[in-house]
Design a protein around this ligand. Structure first.
Ligand SMILES: Nc1ncnc2c1ncn2[C@@H]1O[C@H](COP(=O)(O)OP(=O)(O)OP(=O)(O)O)[C@@H](O)[C@H]1O
Length: 312
């Protein structure tokens, strides 16, 4: 099921939490909303689920309008809200039965649906426990199970791994990836590695606006600046005059700037001109001057840098 969002905004009194955003998500895509605290991720998700009315804008799931066909839309969406609210005094099976009832699952199918969710979400070992006897990771699995009990086409997961330990995070991620094979999934997070590991595509949201949209690779590529190379050199018969080396490096045709980063060890950071690479010219220069390159590293654009640049 595809999702289309057009010119969506949400105001809370005077504050604009979501500011005229538009995007499309194709059937079967796993998309991550990434953004700092207060960016508008949860508000956008609540509007897609129909839980919150937009101030302006339209949301469609295939040919259904979230506003006009809200009952039909709710049957097709599974939602794991932030903080995963659960009835903690209930046993897992009873809670899932209750959720199935609310979601209109046929009585004759409820028992098999619960069994399938318990299996799918790895709850078998714990299924006789009350929710308040479960660890956080298992509670999160119950949250996912309730979101899927009516077999929705779309899953909306608001910060699904918050508060989990690293092992639980990997388990929930794998589960989401499995689910993503057959459903359209939107998940939110403010953790980069999280969306990178789970999602086909990332929407970076900041101050209620979409500031970037693409695969992790696309985003890195878009943010890529000029080539930056760090080197360390040593002279054949002793030291190197670092000021002279800096001048010779700066004179190379492809080089824009050279910084001495370690005078004692002859460390330099060399930035090339746009679209140019200086690695070969640096190598040739060192050979000409009888210098050994003892270290050469390229500085890769990290997704963290992209995120910081776009949301700072
Ligand atoms: N019910 C509300 N009433 C008033 N303001 C709200 C309400 N809910 C959210 N906001 C405000 O709207 C903005 C966006 O909040 P939202 O919860 O959508 O952000 P978020 O990206 O999900 O943040 P987080 O990662 O911290 O959960 C914030 O400034 C928040 O304070």
């Amino acid at each position: 099921m595809a999702i289309v969002v057009e010119n969506l905004s949400k105001n809370y009194d005077l504050q604009r939490a979501v500011d005229n955003i538009s995007f499309e998500i194709k059937t079967g895509e796993v998309v991550g909303f990434l953004g700092p605290n207060g960016a508008g991720k949860s508000t956008t998700m609540k509007m897609i689920t129909g839980y919150l009315a937009p101030t302006t804008g339209l949301i469609r799931l295939d040919d259904l309008s979230v506003e006009e066909d809200s009952e039909k839309v709710k049957r097709r969406i599974g939602y794991l809200p932030e903080n995963n609210p659960l009835y903690t005094d209930m046993a897992i099976v009873d809670y899932l039965r209750f959720c199935a009832q609310i979601q209109g699952v046929k009585k004759t199918e409820t028992t098999s649906k619960i069994a399938s969710m318990i299996d799918r979400c790895g709850l078998d070992k714990e299924k006789h426990k009350k929710i308040n006897e479960l660890s956080k990771g298992y509670r999160q699995r119950v949250g996912l199970a309730q979101a899927m009990i009516h077999d929705p086409d779309v899953l909306i997961l608001d910060e699904p791994t918050t508060g989990l330990d690293p092992n639980q995070i990997v388990e929930i991620r794998n589960l989401i990836k499995e689910l993503g094979k057959e459903k359209t999934v939107i998940l939110s997070s403010h953790i980069l590695s999280e969306v990178e590991a789970t999602c086909d595509r990332i929407l970076i949201i900041n101050k209620g606006r979409i500031v970037a949209d693409g695969t992790a690779e696309n985003l890195r590529e878009q943010a890529k600046g000029n080539e930056i190379v760090s080197i360390q050199i040593a002279g054949k018969d002793g030291g190197v005059d670092s000021e002279m080396a800096k001048k010779l490096l700066t004179d190379l045709a492809s080089v824009q700037t050279v910084k001495i980063i370690d005078k004692k060890e002859n460390g330099f950071q060399i930035q090339s001109k746009p679209d140019a690479s200086s690695k070969r010219a640096i190598f040739d220069l060192c050979v000409e001057n009888n210098w050994y390159i003892t270290e050469m590293t390229g500085d890769e654009t990290k997704l963290e840098d992209v995120f910081r640049k776009l949301t700072n």
